[in-house]
Design a protein around this ligand. Structure first.
Ligand SMILES: Nc1nc2c(ncn2[C@@H]2O[C@H](COP(=O)(O)OP(=O)(O)OP(=O)(O)O)[C@@H](O)[C@H]2O)c(=O)[nH]1
Length: 400
């Protein structure tokens, strides 16, 4: 009997032990999988990570505003990357007037200098020579200086006695005549129809030597176009400096324009081609292509820019080739202009850094040199310091 009781106890203990093992094994099997490690690649669209659950979402009250107190929750967890803010740039019309004070400050030596000289009691040969020197110092160029002085001399002689208002009017008219009031200064942004019958955006190539403000001007122009209601795609075809593409992309992000870029040191023409392709697919109004401007050899530049233009033209004609020139570089700028004009058909000039020089006469000189109008002027480093060039506002700023 005792043996029987002992056998039953052993059997019960054995059953209990086996049962416990099975439960613990199955519990181990059901244990939750460790969370998958995040993938290194950023994901978009359908591949993107699932949206945050209701509990994780933050309401607008939880989001810290600039200058406001930080939400308590944000301190606890890692900060999410801030979404890029899209800005609404100010309209481009009338910018030149707003920037007149700045322009007048740097250019006043030309306008005021000329008016002072013309107001002298006696306008002898020495005074006319001084007038010529003032014009030459402002980089107007030899030909335009002689023309302007001769015309002024003649008109002052006919006028006889001169009031300051009369002198101002006269000088204004002559400066305007040199700059030209009837040139087509519009940046052309009308697209066309591609070979496949699709609507095609306008394509603008921005060329110029590095350091002239080419990338900045491309970014500012994107803002001007967005402000005027156009959609823009940017092409970072300056592949020789990764920072240039980053810089352009930042400009684009600020106004919601996508930037097409390639690998550093990649083929600029292929980036330009892809940018136009993207512009067509996205139904954009304008594609702005920032090109590289290494002037090491003319042949190198010709090969590179020529190829960019040819490749882009596979999509259709280019609307504008804008040459960016730094107004502070004087004669050097003219040499650059000449080389670029031999390489590619320039259709307009963007003159940068006009705020930092008293040499505004370069407007006249470069137009003469290339037979192409100044269409845009850079008047500062601010994002909206690019203005459509308005000769009258410019001359008024010169004369103070
Ligand atoms: N004051 C002033 N500065 C300007 C103007 N336009 C551009 N700049 C400055 O000029 C410098 C050069 O501009 P970038 O746009 O980088 O020149 P880049 O020609 O693209 O040269 P890379 O970037 O080397 O290709 C920057 O510091 C700009 O802020 C302007 O109209 N006025």
């Amino acid at each position: 009997m005792d043996i029987l009781i002992l056998a039953v106890i052993i059997a019960v203990v054995a059953v209990a032990l086996i049962g416990g093992l099975v439960v613990s094994t199955s519990r181990r099997r059901r244990a939750p999988e460790p969370p998958a490690a995040p993938t290194a690649e950023p994901q978009v669209g359908e591949d993107a990570a699932a949206p945050a659950t209701e509990e994780e979402r933050r309401t607008v009250e939880d989001v810290a505003l600039p200058g406001g107190p930080a939400p308590a929750e944000a301190e606890a967890g890692p900060a999410a990357p801030p979404a890029p803010e899209t800005e609404v740039p100010e309209p481009s019309a009338g910018r030149m007037v707003r920037l007149r004070a700045r322009l007048a400050r740097s250019q006043s030596t030309l306008g005021r200098g000329l008016l002072t000289l013309l107001s002298r009691e006696r306008l002898d040969d020495d005074t006319w020579e001084e007038i010529e020197d003032t014009l030459l110092t402002a980089d107007i160029g030899v030909g335009p200086t002689q023309e302007l002085t001769e015309r002024l001399r003649e008109r002052v002689r006919v006028l006889g006695t001169r009031t300051p208002e009369e002198l101002r009017t006269l000088l204004r008219e002559e400066l305007l005549a040199q700059i030209g009031t009837d040139l087509d200064r519009e940046v052309h942004t009308e697209g066309g129809i591609s070979a496949e019958g699709e609507e095609r955006p306008s394509v603008i190539l921005v060329v110029g030597v590095n350091g002239t403000g080419k990338t900045t001007t491309t970014g500012k122009l994107a803002r001007v176009l967005v402000a005027d209601g156009r959609s823009v795609v940017l092409g970072a075809a300056d592949t020789f400096r990764a920072a240039a593409a980053d810089q352009l992309q930042t400009w684009g992000e600020r106004v919601g324009a996508r930037t097409v870029r390639g690998p550093e040191g990649g083929d600029p023409a292929s980036v330009a081609f892809d940018a136009v392709k993207e512009g067509i697919e996205a139904g954009a109004d304008v594609v702005l292509v920032d090109t590289a401007g290494r002037l090491h050899t003319k042949t190198g530049l010709m090969d590179e820019l020529g190829k960019v233009k040819r490749v882009v033209e596979k999509h259709g004609p280019v609307s504008e080739v804008l040459l960016v020139l730094d107004a502070t570089t004087g004669q050097n700028g003219l040499v650059q202009a000449r080389v670029f004009a031999e390489v590619v058909d320039i259709t307009g000039i963007a003159l940068t850094k006009l705020d930092g020089t008293a040499k505004g006469g370069i407007v006249v000189a470069v137009q003469r040199e290339l037979g192409v109008p100044v269409k845009l002027v850079g008047l500062g480093e601010g994002p909206d310091d690019l203005a459509p060039f308005d000769p009258e506002a410019f001359v008024d700023a010169l004369l103070g």
